[in-house]
Design a protein around this ligand. Sequence first.
Ligand SMILES: C[S@@+](CC[C@H](N)C(=O)[O-])C[C@H]1O[C@@H](n2cnc3c(N)ncnc32)[C@H](O)[C@@H]1O
Length: 225
Amino acid sequence: MDTTKLNHSKLGTKEYWDNFYKLEKENFAENPDDTGECWFADSGAEEKIVDFVFSNLDPNVSICDLGTGNGHLLFEILQEGWKGQLVGVDYSEASVQFAKTIAKTNDLNVEFYQSDILNLEDQFLKTNAGNFDLVLDKGTLDAIALSDNLYDGKTGQEVYPDTVKILLKKNAVLLVTSCNFTQDELIKVITASGNFEVWKTVEYPVFEFGGVKGSAICTVAFRRR
Ligand SMILES: C[S@@+](CC[C@H](N)C(=O)[O-])C[C@H]1O[C@@H](n2cnc3c(N)ncnc32)[C@H](O)[C@@H]1O
């Protein structure tokens, strides 16, 4: 049985994310301290990612965050002192509007664009080919894996390594954080097309249940071939 094939869910639909970020934007309008949900906060994922990025990459290089949501990860990286270009993309227009509003309100220099990263005809993909040194994904491949959308007969997770590759310079890094896939499954999904190889992995606390060891979340850095 191929455990990388997940069941579909509403979290795989654009409608779900549009409604989600519309509501979060309304909450933010009422309370500017409420910048919304930070995915995988319980696992300390954001801190681990920020730590990894500053420890392993030159802070002058460009970063693109896929499925950026409220843009929180990029704001953290900026506030920690990143000097390079920071760009967040999301297919949900409501997310882009929300992230832009937070950036403007707090005077944070991060760009946001609407983009479906799985669509080869997407304008952002076309105009940003080979533009980025680092591409981040926190929970976006997870959402994609829950979608029943097909792209020329292929699932989102099948086309993901091919379309994401477009944004990266040669040898640039793709850092993916997932809670739906184990580390081995994530590596299988990303390396299936031959576009990427594993560079480094991030350590999380390990739990043991019924004699099986694992962690609730994984982060893997891949290099574009
Ligand atoms: C679980 S949320 C994670 C949001 C953010 N990365 C975070 O960690 O808070 C998944 C995000 O992926 C976005 N998304 C899903 N499919 C996408 C696609 N094909 N292209 C761009 N964004 C997508 C959703 O709109 C949503 O913002």
